[in-house]
Design a protein around this ligand. Structure first.
Ligand SMILES: [Zn+2]
Length: 367
């Protein structure tokens, strides 16, 4: 499932104009001094390590690495917006008492991205992120959102005018999207305004997932520049955004939302083949091999248990498709299909079952 979620995420980001990057898990402490994390975020970071008389730090965030990639060459405004995405694993110190299943862990993977753009591009970029968030979250069954816009706090960095411009752009993007949102006046970070999206699961619980954050601080600390239309050097706008938040936590929410009863494209085991007796086992194994070649996730129940017990077990495990194989099915090259959603579907040819399952997977539906 992790692999499916990651593949979907990567393909979706490539289709939406992001470049995929990959960055290290440790860096010289100097990087975290420049970024300011060493001063302001020390309590959430793991202890440093000494390597050949240099001090290294396990990464609590991906941002500084993406900044280094950005800085590798001098960019022109023509290349903007520049969108860099990574499924980046980060490590944060959490006290053992605060750890909680998949919801709060010490090492987790952010579906992180950073957008570098001009101030006039903020609105369109934010709107693009809102649309992408909606597409990705709704694909996993989340259709209800609670949206917050947090504005300038009392202590802040950056010019007043740019705060005003960015906050207006965030409002305009939310208005263009047509979403209701609540304004948290003064609730922004010291380095920029942000939008938070909470999703609602099947039983009405709300979970904070997506964050879209404008940052006036890091471009300053790292002295980021691009060449503008006037030929002069300018400071780019940096936007941080994560849609799932953490993959581990999102997976936890996903299990809760579906109560373990996953649509066919996500189900870890899509079909269980149930031989009526041991003599039908070799035939079941051959069909399973055929279905695996077709890209389906299939298991054969090899327990030797009575058929009723095998069916009961597959039901308890919430497997979407059960295929029963007895003498009649071996003879006629068919499968007797039971769908978790629709009950008995009767006898079907093996290739019909494969095609039907592939179609449902491609539509991300229920078998
Ligand atoms: Zn970031």
């Amino acid at each position: 499932m992790r692999n499916l979620i990651e593949t979907f995420w990567k393909n979706t980001h490539l289709a939406h104009g992001y470049e995929l990057v990959s960055t290290p898990h440790v860096a010289n402490l100097e990087l975290w001094k420049t970024s300011g994390h060493n001063d302001f975020y020390r309590d959430s970071m793991f202890d440093t390590m000494e390597v050949e008389e240099q001090t290294y730090q396990l990464k609590p965030m991906n941002c500084p690495f993406h900044i280094l990639i950005f800085k590798d060459v001098l960019h022109s405004y023509r290349e903007f917006p520049l969108r860099m995405a990574e499924l980046g694993t980060v490590y944060r110190f959490e006290r053992s008492g605060t750890l909680h299943g998949l919801m709060r862990v010490r090492g987790f993977t952010q579906d992180d991205a950073h957008i570098f753009c001009t101030s006039t591009q903020i609105k369109d970029e934010i709107l693009g992120v809102l649309n992408l968030a909606e597409f990705i979250l709704s694909t996993f069954g989340f259709e209800q959102y609670e949206v917050n816009l947090s504005t300038r706090p009392e202590k802040y960095v950056g010019e007043n005018a740019i705060w005003e411009q960015a906050t207006t752009a965030l409002r305009q993007a939310l208005d263009a999207k047509g979403w209701d949102y609540v304004v948290d006046e003064g609730g922004g970070a010291f380095y920029g305004p942000k939008i938070d999206i909470k999703i609602e699961d099947a039983i009405g619980r709300r979970w904070q997932c997506s964050t879209i954050q404008v940052d006036f601080n890091l471009p300053e600390r790292f002295d980021l520049e691009y060449v503008g239309e006037d030929g002069n050097r300018h400071r780019p706008i940096m936007i941080h955004r994560a849609l799932f938040g953490s993959l581990e936590r999102f997976f936890g929410i996903l299990v809760e939302n579906y109560a373990g009863d996953f649509p066919l494209w996500l189900a870890p085991v899509q079909a269980r083949l149930i031989p009526v007796s041991d003599e039908h086992l070799p035939h079941a194994m051959a069909i399973a091999a055929q279905m695996k070649v077709a890209g389906l996730r299939v298991q054969v129940d090899q327990s030797g248990d009575r058929m009723a017990k095998q069916i009961r077990r597959a039901e308890l495990e919430k497997i979407p498709v059960m295929a029963i194989i007895g003498a009649k099915e071996v003879e006629s090259e068919t499968l007797s299909i039971r769908s978790r959603q629709h009950g008995e579907l009767g006898s079907m040819g093996v290739s019909t079952v494969i095609e039907k399952m592939q179609l449902v997977v491609s539509e991300r539906g229920w078998f």
